[in-house]
Design a protein around this ligand. Structure first.
Ligand code: 5GP
Length: 129
């Protein structure tokens, strides 16, 4: 069965898309730690980050870097934090999280956003790509 992220990539489940190329898809996390919290996912469905073949792993990091640089331009923050967990969704994804303080990386306090706010954030980030 396809992962929830494969369904998002295929457009079967809606998402606030930030960017896409042949191998990767970036979209806003639906339950963000902070405004602009973005997930970067390889289209190839692999469970664990370090099981990716090396070239795909390197390309994922390179694509994530581009998104993070665009996020820094679009969203006022101290820096972009990076986390890879995967305990909830077994399909590799890089969390890119705009940080103001240490708690923002800790998946404890969540931010509620309206659909319009998600849309604006996704557009604002893509504008800088
Ligand atoms: P992890 O697997 O790294 O522990 O967490 C999975 C992340 O995916 C969570 O931050 C969660 O909010 C996000 N997530 C889970 N389901 C969906 C979904 O259907 N759409 C979006 N945009 N994000 C999701």
């Amino acid at each position: 069965m396809s992962s929830i992220f494969t369904k998002i990539i295929n457009g079967e489940i809606p998402s606030y898309k930030v960017a896409e190329n042949d191998n990767f898809f970036a979209f806003l996390d639906i339950n963000p730690n902070a405004k602009g919290h973005t997930l970067v996912v390889p289209k190839k469905e692999v469970n664990k980050l370090f099981d990716l073949e090396e070239s795909l792993y390197n390309d994922l990091m390179s694509f994530s870097r581009k998104i993070a640089l665009a996020m820094e331009k679009a969203i006022p923050c101290e820096r972009i934090g990076v986390s890879v967990i995967g305990l909830e969704v077994p399909h590799v994804h890089v969390h890119l999280i705009p940080l103001q303080k240490m708690e923002d990386i800790q998946f404890i306090k969540k931010v509620k956003l309206l659909p319009e706010e998600f849309e604006e954030l996704a557009k604002a980030i893509s504008k800088h790509l």
